[in-house]
Ligand binder design. Sequence first.
Ligand SMILES: [Zn+2]
Length: 253
Amino acid sequence: MKITFLGTGTSQGIPIIGSQHPVCLSKNPKDKRLRVSVLVEWEDYTYVIDCGPDFRYQMLRAECNKIDGILFTHEHSDHVLGFDDIRPFYYKQGDIPIYAHKRVLKELRKRFDYVFETENKYPGAPTVITNKIKNKPFKLKNLEVIPVSGKHAELQVFGFRFNDFAYLTDMKTLKEKEVDKIKNVKVLVVNALRVEPHRSHFNLEEALKFIKKVNPEIAYLTHISHLLGFHEEVEKTLPENVFLAYDGLQITI
Ligand SMILES: [Zn+2]
């Protein structure tokens, strides 16, 4: 299984438009973060988790020419606003399967009503095949995916486990029985926004505590804000099996 980090930044991305913060001005490419998303590939299959405002550029940058579906963690703008840019895939492949909580599907219908239109549909609008995710395992081709439910402040969010890989973003609290689903996973990706606490995201300390509890072989932090600091400097302070993800990073599991 191959994982490509398409974006590792928080909702505004890094740099933030107009910001003079030193991390936003950094020349290190690892300090430049598009909105959070990953590509999950195995055999001939390619799935994307989330479809934020940078989706088009992320697909071009990763040279991704085919997708078998999109999984959504939740409905916030930094995770859904690229939805219209599934058009090139739709034109080539036909209806695109999407997987999300029914609440997220409802929100997509509201924001992108023309995609779901059945009468007098605008020519050129894409069509999707909706799949509701409940909090129980489901199949993607020959692979079982285990949803992991958590809370982003008050909002329910799904993370996903694919065999030895688990991807969680925008988490703040998880029940023990959800954490049990990913204990001892080989590779864990989890959000770590910044050093200071935040109402709806793990800060660095909470993410590290969570990683300890899950006990993966290796962990990567994502959904990073400029307030976490410079990539090179933060990474020096992390435990030996924890790394900051960065845009373009690829791992094979
Ligand atoms: Zn987010």
